[in-house]
Unconditional design. Structure first.
Ligand SMILES: Nc1nc2c(ncn2[C@@H]2O[C@H](COP(=O)(O)OP(=O)(O)O)[C@@H](O)[C@H]2O)c(=O)[nH]1
Ligand SMILES: [Mg+2]
Length: 451
């Protein structure tokens, strides 16, 4: 018998509403410990999936007015009996209700336990469960849309189709061995395997974009002191992330801020201005800024448009040569001195901006949009974002390739079958049909409580 779990499903912050979820066989009776429907109707008699108005009462003490709803197994998110209590988002009141529920016998839900129960009860596949986590933690519209597509089963259908094709093939091999006289061929094995390989290969090629979507692109703001690097970081972040000062050499540590520009998630770093210095702390900062720039996938080379180009600027521009970079000519609100022709000859994207007025930031936005595939990739759930899935796909492909080789070389059927079984096991890890408990635990541990 499964325990009945309870948790706060909304963030632990004060807000308009706070929702407590219950799942398990005792959901309805436990709800009675904290909620009284206005006409005195016990949850067991409520129409399922209809919100009931009532009072939140703990130990005879009125805590809130709220609404509650029940869902009857298997017609719920988890597939179990479930109840939700919608209260005002008052942290002390919500906490009191949770404590009362735990005292009455509910178990505190572990991270991801609602979704893992949904998976265990067959309400969703493993890739759909993983998509729940991706959707909740998505930071850009593309990431959210892709996760929603996967939640809808987009990638899961590919996996389960793979599973069916491989298990069909295995059955065919066994049938041929056991009942050669009734041997029915559903398709030439080599062709089935080849098409499985192609499908998986295509999926795997989307991983790079998927990881970018998840992890973001590392982008370094690079320039000599005082050109407005920290001001630009703040302008992109939308708040005063870094200290800005007219004094050169203010920023020493590297600061990172996750921002969305051109629909792209960027890990934007700002650091010390690049110059030769005798100050050993600043020197350490310059070193860090250089190494951040080296590992970055994109550079925002920043210049001060109100000044002539200096030797220090040229040294910075040298660092950006042959790198994916945008040259930002900052302080466009001031009278301009900097000559742009030479720069435009050497760099593809030279954009005047003003961190002060925000001028030109939209051009940075549209340039990035164009640079990074200009919306060519449809993030509709067909983009692989998950390393675990990628690893299982690689193992499947490896086994399928071995099976193909074995087939072609005409070795024993047993050898082919062993590889096919290995491929099936790897695909089973993708769908969740044959997945070890540790893997499941690991997946759901990434969730937050209440999901
Ligand atoms: N007029 C103007 N001043 C700016 C602009 N961006 C930065 N500044 C000023 O330039 C100075 C240096 O800015 P800061 O962001 O600290 O430069 P950093 O050393 O490159 O990080 C500060 O006084 C800023 O107020 C801009 O777009 N226009
Ligand atoms: Mg700075």
């Amino acid at each position: 018998m499964m325990e009945t779990i309870a948790a706060l499903a909304t963030p632990p912050l004060s807000g308009a509403i706070g929702i407590i979820r219950l799942s398990g066989p005792r959901s309805f009776s436990l709800l009675k410990a904290v909620f009284a429907e206005n006409r005195g109707l016990p949850p067991e008699r409520w129409k399922p999936r209809v919100m009931m108005l009532g009072k939140v009462i703990v130990d005879g003490e009125l805590l809130d007015a709220g609404m509650a709803v029940r869902m009857i197994a298997p017609y719920s998110y988890t597939g179990e009996d479930m109840a939700e209590l919608h209260m005002h988002g008052s942290i002390p009141a919500l906490r009191a209700v949770l404590e009362a529920l735990y005292l009455a016998g509910a178990a505190p839900a572990k991270p991801g336990e609602f979704t893992s129960r949904a998976f265990l009860h067959g309400k969703m596949s493993l890739s759909q469960a993983e998509a729940v986590c991706d959707l909740v933690t998505a930071e850009t519209r593309d990431a959210a849309r892709n996760a929603a597509g996967q939640l809808d089963g987009k990638i899961g259908r590919v996996f389960s189709d793979m599973y069916d094709r491989l298990s069909g093939l295995i059955a065919q091999f066994y049938a041929a061995a056991d009942y050669p006289e009734e041997y029915i061929e559903t398709g030439p094995p080599a062709e089935v395997l080849q098409s499985v390989l192609e499908t998986l290969e295509t999926l795997l090629t989307t991983l790079g974009k998927g990881l970018l979507l998840r992890e973001g692109l590392r982008c370094s703001i690079l320039g000599k002191p005082n050109v407005g690097k920290s001001s630009l970081l703040n302008a992109f972040a939308g708040y005063e992330r870094a200290i800005v000062s007219p004094r050169p050499g203010t920023t020493r540590d590297t600061l990172e801020e996750v921002v969305t520009i051109g629909g792209m998630k960027l890990r934007l770093t700002d650091g010390a201005g690049i110059r030769d210095t005798r100050d050993d702390i600043e020197e350490a900062g310059v070193k860090r800024a250089r190494s951040a720039a080296e590992s970055a996938e994109l550079l925002f080379v920043t210049l001060d448009g109100s000044e002539d180009l200096t030797q220090e600027d040229r040294a910075v521009l040298d660092l950006a040569r042959d790198r994916q970079s945008l040259v930002l000519i900052n302080k466009s609100d001031l009278p301009q001195k900097l000559e742009r022709e030479q720069l435009e000859a050497a760099f593809l994207h030279v954009i005047p901006v003003s961190a002060l007025t925000g001028e030109g930031l939209d051009a940075v936005d549209s340039t990035l949009r164009r640079l990074f595939d200009g919306g060519a990739t449809l993030y509709d759930g067909s983009v692989l974002t998950n390393e675990r899935q990628a690893a299982a796909i690689r193992r499947t492909m490896d086994a399928v390739r071995n099976a193909l080789t074995a087939l072609r070389e005409g070795v024993t059927q047993d050898a082919v079958l062993a590889e096919l079984e290995r491929a099936l096991a790897a695909v089973g890890e993708l769908t969740g049909r044959r997945v070890r408990e540790e893997i499941i635990d690991e997946i759901f541990a990434r969730f937050c409580i209440g999901k």
